[in-house]
Design a protein around this ligand. Structure first.
Ligand code: SDX
Length: 387
């Protein structure tokens, strides 16, 4: 039976694949100008925040909407510091994970397990909201670092209360106190990855939040979404791609072949930006700072050659480097394993997910979009023996 004769004319907004261009909420958290390549958090440019702020101060701004006073920032930093430790039950659970498992799967499982330890759904209690914000910001880095040591067969090490947020994470990960410049650059990377309006994982967070489940489930849902190679997982794939190209003189041929075979070039393109991602511009400068201090990385020269070659071939389509193109080169110079690049993205984006969780609760209506039905209907039952 022809479907279209049974499908009534569709009322309401037209269907847009991937909801491209479809507003799904009002939000005051982050604004992106994809044509100018501008990104602001609560009205402040990321360039100012990277130059003047810290990740925790930026997280405070994103979540509560205003920059903290000195006293408010000290109290917030202290609260996060006091909640960095993770229950031995979660550490023991992580010890049962297969060591070859991807750290994003370990993070999603351990983030969800936090919901077992804290009262669920006291969402009308401001203290519960603050507690969840502090616990998730504090414990996500500890869990990422813990799985790194556990999968190497070692016991995780406890956070150091005398180290600030970024330095403490690098210490828990490498068991060495980081160089102050490395810690500063890592903190800047966290600021750059903290928030980006209604990207796929943040949309996941808002949809999950709209059912009034607990914030740990909200973050676990977002972590799972971020893991995909078209989203947060691209940073890991960029290095694999650069290593596959191998040398600068192979860039043009590799790129022409990739474009001819309709391959997506990892670290390039963006739904919003039609120019180079402003975060990629800053990350490139941070990478160069690290190379000047700690030695060059020839993969960087290859990356720049690929960017130049892509500019002529893909630039006319508005396809330029995004946040993931240079971030991996920064993390690699900091000695971070490639499969931890996306968990680090998750550490930073927890600030944005929490800001959107709080905003969603402030004016909530459960997400339930419609669809355009294209399946069959009105069919007569077919007994098994007649099929
Ligand atoms: C992040 O949304 C966010 O804000 C995300 C993020 C954040 O901070 O949260 O910025 C983080 O996810 C960055 C993106 C990381 N992903 C990658 O680098 C993977 C490679 N990029 C692509 O898969 C793609 O660009 C997306 C997923 C990022 C965007 O996809 P869209 O907007 O759905 O674009 P599309 O796939 O519909 O492509 C439109 C056209 C197509 O060509 P035509 O069929 O029209 O001829 O552009 C082409 C695509 O083939 N295209 C690419 C390309 N990206 C788009 N061609 C080659 N290489 C690419 N990377």
């Amino acid at each position: 039976m022809a479907v279209d004769s049974l499908t009534p004319p569709v009322e309401g907004p037209a269907f847009s694949p991937g909801l491209e261009g479809v507003p799904a909420t009002h939000s005051a958290i982050c604004d992106i100008d994809g044509r100018q390549g501008l990104l602001t958090y609560r009205g402040y440019t990321v360039g100012d925040l990277v130059g003047q702020s810290s990740f925790l101060e930026t997280a405070y701004l994103l979540i509560w909407g205003e920059l903290p006073t000195a006293a408010e920032l000290r109290a917030f930093e202290h609260e996060v510091q006091m909640h960095r430790r993770v229950s031995f039950r979660i550490r023991d659970m992580m010890k049962s994970f297969p060591s070859q498992g991807h750290p994003m799967d370990a993070l999603q499982a351990s983030a969800a397990s936090l919901g077992l330890f804290y009262s669920r759904r006291a969402l009308d209690n401001p203290e519960y909201i603050v507690g969840a914000v502090v616990r998730l910001l504090a414990k996500i880095p500890t869990m990422v670092a813990a799985f790194q040591l556990i999968r190497k067969g070692q016991d995780p090490i406890q956070p150091r209360d005398d180290l600030p947020y970024a330095a403490n994470f690098l210490y828990m990960l490498t068991e060495r106190e980081p160089d102050p410049m490395a810690a500063r650059i890592f903190d800047a990377c966290l600021i750059l990855h903290a928030e980006h309006s209604l990207n796929a994982s943040t949309f996941s967070a808002r949809v999950t939040a709209s059912t009034l489940t607990d914030p740990y489930a909200v973050v676990a849902s977002a972590v799972g979404t971020l893991a995909g190679p078209l989203h947060g997982g691209a940073n890991e794939d960029v290095l694999t791609m650069l290593e596959e190209i191998g040398s600068e003189d192979r860039v043009e041929a590799w790129l022409d072949q990739a474009i001819a075979s309709k391959q997506k070039i990892m670290g390039f393109g963006h739904r919003e930006y039609k120019v180079k991602d402003p975060r990629a511009v800053i990350l490139q400068k941070l990478a160069e700072e690290l190379f000047d201090r700690f030695g060059h990385d020839p993969l960087y020269d290859l990356a720049r050659r690929l960017e130049q070659a892509a500019a002529t071939r893909l630039g006319p389509k508005g396809i330029y480097p995004n946040v993931d193109f240079y971030s991996g080169l920064v993390y690699r110079k900091l000695g971070i394993p490639e499969d931890l690049f996306t968990p680090i993205f998750a550490i930073a984006r927890t600030a944005g997910w929490l800001a959107h969780w709080k905003e969603q609760l402030g004016a909530n209506r459960i997400y339930r979009p419609s669809q355009i039905y294209t399946g069959a209907s009105g069919r007569d039952w077919m007994p098994l023996q007649a099929r």
